[in-house]
Design a protein around this ligand. Structure first.
Ligand SMILES: [Zn+2]
Length: 163
């Protein structure tokens, strides 16, 4: 049976730089196997019990994927929906809604701008320092919704209005 697991984490890149952390906030809750966290981490935590502290390194291929050179595209600066200065590292969405892909400015060469549509963490091996806060069997409702509920740290709380 899939479980609902809550955990605290700090995520670092191979250089030790902190990319993300739950410190100072609520722990993360997820339903095992539901794609709520990256697959490589989900798989490594399947047997972890409450109180477990562990370090999990997830290779890029099992996290946000390898970098894809085909996702690099050179466009004319005038075609970009950007006013004013453009800098390397700037990110913007390629479409009108919040689900549109995000691209990053990788290089600027005169009127040409090289855009990178790879996920910012593509090609990066990720190291998670994890502390399991709780682990319990998922409820039938959680299984039918495909995500964790409740406990104050869940993704949608009791009386879930997501369906
Ligand atoms: Zn729900």
């Amino acid at each position: 049976m899939p479980r609902v697991v809550t955990f605290n984490y700090t995520l670092r890149d191979p250089g030790g730089r902190v990319l993300d952390t739950s410190a100072g906030g609520e722990p993360i809750a997820y339903l095992e196997g539901a794609g709520q966290i990256i697959d490589g981490l989900d798989a490594e935590l399947r047997s972890a019990v409450a109180g477990t502290k562990t370090r999990v390194t997830v290779p890029a291929a099992k996290a946000y994927g390898e970098r894809d050179p085909a996702q690099m595209q050179k466009v004319k600066r005038s075609l970009l929906p950007v006013d004013g200065e453009l800098s390397i590292g700037d990110q913007f969405q390629t479409g009108p809604d919040r689900f549109s892909p995000v691209v990053t400015v990788a290089a600027i060469e005169g009127d040409d701008v090289l855009l990178d549509a790879n996920h910012p963490l593509a090609g990066v091996d990720l190291t998670f320092d994890v502390e399991i806060v709780s682990a319990r069997e998922a409820t039938a409702e959680e299984l039918s919704h495909g995500h964790a509920h409740g406990g104050g740290e869940g993704s949608c709380g009791s009386g879930c209005g997501c369906h």
